[in-house]
Write a protein that binds this ligand. Sequence first.
Ligand code: SF4
Length: 116
Amino acid sequence: MNTICIMCPMGCGLKIEKVGEEIRVSGNTCKRGEAYGKAEFTHPVRTVTTLIKLEGGGVASCKTDAPVPKERVSDVVAYIGTLTIGRDAKIGDRLHASLDGLETDIVITGTPTSGC
Ligand code: SF4
């Protein structure tokens, strides 16, 4: 498997392969890249960033407070799409989401009044 490390702006190209029981990462220039490559190979996760509707129209930006399994990203986006929050929402406000075994908090990261 080939991918690009997204842990810093260097964007090292990684080659990840399983040799026996060992997962080998090459192309990284630091330990963070090795850890990222192994995680991408075994259990990739992503922080979800999207928009949430505001009462009366408009949107605020939000994100999950921690990465979620990559295969659950569409579930989280669909769930957030069903929500509407008050216009008094502030950056840092949290909503808890419980989605078929996945627990995560959604954090407001920008509102119309904050310039998002
Ligand atoms: S391997 Fe290290 S230097 Fe390269 S992109 Fe990843 S974090 Fe940055």
